[in-house]
Design a protein around this ligand. Structure first.
Ligand code: SF4
Length: 312
């Protein structure tokens, strides 16, 4: 199991966050969001109690992007640690800073998640000391004051982490043994039925709407791969590296899709991989999860984002 998955501080805890993702981040009207919203403006669906008023209907109401967002625990960190429990409604001046700090913290926590996973990869043992050092450095940065956090050169830290993650991935995938290299490739809508992609490098690949039915994706590196609407029915993703729950939540799989045990089969996946979010005769619910608010999806990372950068 990736260590990140076992760390509660790297999992969204909406009950201890002042809905920062619903205010701080902008979104544009698209297939993922029904409306436009500016950064720093509360979403019209956000209640006075910091709860989403349409949580159980996000997909049918056109907010699928919210259902697949993950802050990696940045929301509660900024709310409870960086700002010591002050909320933006009670302290609007602090609120403006919180909204600036949140995207920075999210990127740091995202790095922590991936570095923790790299640390747990048995094949990456030779890099463990380096990864531990990288982790410790990011942990220290994440404990900074608002001013310190806003001064960070996050892009530089991302580059450093990316190089470590790439090296860990190469070891874990057994790179150099003829593995396919599709890193950053535009494979949107591609027909990859039953494709042999075991140990492939698919980091940052655009796989929107790709047909990966029955594909062998064991040990493939899927860091930042955009899997929105990708068909994963019957695909084998056992041991896929740097694959996060939010990516699966944005894809379409079925009961035959094979996953590593630390990942959860999304509730909206259907028995036969039919399009998600549509009402089905079986009565399959499109409601995502049971948290008071959704886990909105990643906005940026060490590679291409599954969704547009800077959005949520
Ligand atoms: S989860 Fe999405 S729809 Fe709900 S309040 Fe937050 S931003 Fe708005």
């Amino acid at each position: 199991m990736p260590d990140g998955a076992a760390r509660p501080d790297l999992r969204a805890d909406c009950a201890n966050c002042f809905a920062l993702c619903c205010v701080a981040l902008p979104f544009s009207a698209s297939a993922d969001f029904a409306v436009d919203k500016r950064a720093g403006t509360p979403c019209a669906n956000l209640g006075a109690d910091f709860r989403c008023g349409i949580h159980r209907e996000l997909r049918p109401r056109g907010f699928a992007g919210c259902a697949v967002f993950d802050c990696f625990g940045a929301g509660q960190k900024v709310s409870q640690v960086t700002f010591g429990g002050r909320d933006w409604r009670g302290d609007p001046r602090a609120g403006a800073r919180m909204f600036e700090v949140f995207p920075v913290m999210r990127q740091l926590h995202e790095l922590l998640w991936y570095l923790n996973e790299a640390l747990a990869l048995p094949a990456a043992r030779p890099l463990r000391e380096e990864i531990r050092d990288g982790l410790a450095a990011i942990e220290r940065l994440a404990m900074g004051s608002p001013a310190e956090l806003l001064e960070l050169d996050v892009a530089a830290h991302r580059r450093e982490a990316a190089s470590l993650l790439r090296a860990a991935s190469a070891l874990a995938r057994g790179a150099g043994r003829g593995n396919a290299d599709h890193a950053g490739a535009d494979l949107a809508g591609a027909g990859l039925r039953n494709a042999r992609l075991r140990g492939a490098d698919l980091r940052g690949a655009l796989l929107i709407g790709a047909d990966l039915t029955g594909a062998d994706l064991r040990s493939a590196d899927l860091l930042g791969a955009d899997l929105r609407g990708a068909r994963l029915g019957g695909a084998d993703l056992t041991g896929a590296i740097f694959l996060i729950q939010a990516q699966l939540d944005a894809a379409r799989g079925d009961a035959a899709t094979r996953l590593s045990p630390w990942l959860t089969r999304p509730a909206h996946w259907t028995a036969d991989g039919a399009p998600s979010g549509r009402p089905r005769a079986t009565g399959t619910s499109a409601a995502p999860g049971s948290a008071k608010r959704p886990k909105p999806q990643r906005a940026s990372g060490v590679s291409r984002s599954p969704r547009r950068r800077g959005g949520r």
